[in-house]
Design a protein around this ligand. Structure first.
Ligand code: DOR
Ligand code: ZN
Length: 347
């Protein structure tokens, strides 16, 4: 009989946006409820470009962690053309900063200060490879003439593939992959290359974004792709291959910025992320593969210990809230007002 209860090592979220200031009162408790650790993205405005700024940001996050939670934020720096090489050493020396995030300039939310061309940051990347500092990659080209559905594939072919050849020792996490091309690339690379997979790219494809009207709350970047790509992601997540692990890319934007004539990219999944990943693995009869994907492979890749704590999930319906307060605005979560099948009953 199919399981209706499962106990696993506490999972971590290897790709998360928390934002800053008032937003932290909403976002931090949602992630801290279940996850042990989360890699926090640095794309604030202004971005987090120094270790000192990352450590200050970490303190602001810690101030919002509920008292009964063991949540630990793991920080990242935002790579720019002008980053001081000493910042790479600062990351290496800090127990709280895990890596450096590469946003191609203009690729996504708050990426205007990102890298303008890969050659601009070769010196920094060389130092990262030498010191073993991981590079976290938003893998999309930004040429407006490239079709939006091809941007990840072309990035993999023209930027990432040469980069791995140039720096074979560099640890790279290709974030929030969306295509079969990215899956195949990661699979065929050395153990230094891994990828995160979001719950929304597993549950949805681009048809869902346009089902009976345009769905702004399913707009994210990289944008949802066609079902054949979704299928490749599903197979990768279920495969038990340790190169693929959990990263929600939960990205909060208030309702008015999503439901707009120029809507922001991002899906707010942290209030139900672990429950939805569980539902996803269960729906494919692969609950036995959840723990590796959610709790082991990311920690192993980053060279961190696996969590000691355990969480228990049970198959019991509950309903997601329609919205949450977000400063003086509202935020609409993934599956707003809908039923979910799994609950965390012991965390
Ligand atoms: O959908 C996204 N939202 N993709 C990203 O790459 C950034 C994120 C955000 O920060 O809003
Ligand atoms: Zn992200």
């Amino acid at each position: 009989m199919a399981s209706t209860k499962i106990t696993i090592t506490q999972p971590d979220d290897w790709h998360l946006h928390l934002r800053d200031e008032e937003a932290l009162s909403t976002t931090v408790p949602h992630s801290a409820k279940h996850f042990g650790r989360a890699i926090v993205m640095p794309n604030l405005d202004p971005p987090i470009v120094s270790a000192q700024a990352a450590l200050r940001y970490r303190e602001r996050i810690i101030a919002k962690i509920p008292p009964n939670s063991n949540f630990q934020p793991l920080m990242t720096l935002y790579l720019t053309d002008n980053m001081e090489p000493s910042e790479v050493s600062n990351v290496k020396e800090s127990a709280h900063i895990m890596g450096i995030k590469y946003y191609p300039a203009g690729a996504t939310t708050n990426s205007d200060s990102g890298v303008t061309g890969i050659a601009e940051v070769y010196t920094l990347i060389e130092k990262m490879a030498l010191l073993g500092v991981p590079l976290l990659v938003h893998g999309e080209v930004t040429d407006p003439n490239v079709d939006i559905f091809d941007r990840e594939r072309i990035f993999v072919e023209t930027i990432l593939s040469p980069l791995t050849e140039r720096y074979p020792e560099l640890k790279i996490i290709l974030e929030h992959i969306t295509t079969k091309d990215a899956v195949d690339f990661v699979k065929n690379q050395s153990k230094n290359i891994a990828a995160t997979i979001t719950i929304h790219h597993l549950l949805y494809n681009r048809n869902d974004m346009f089902f009976k009207g345009i769905k702004p709350h399913l707009y994210c970047l990289p944008v949802l792709k066609r079902d054949t790509h979704q299928r490749a992601l599903i197979d990768a997540a279920l495969s038990g291959n340790p190169k693929f692990f959990l990263g929600t890319d939960s990205a909060p934007h208030c309702q008015s910025e999503k439901e707009s004539s120029c809507g922001c990219a991002g899906i707010y999944s942290s209030p139900a992320a672990l429950e939805l990943y569980s539902e996803f693995f269960d729906s494919h009869n692969k609950l036995d593969k959840l723990e590796g994907f959610a709790s082991f492979f990311g920690a192993d890749f980053y060279g961190l210990p696996r969590n000691d704590k355990q969480v228990t999930l049970e198959k019991m319906k509950w309903r997601m809230a329609k919205d949450f307060s977000f400063g003086d605005q509202l935020i609409i979560p993934i599956h707003a007002g809908q039923d979910l099948q799994w609950q965390i009953t012991r965390a």
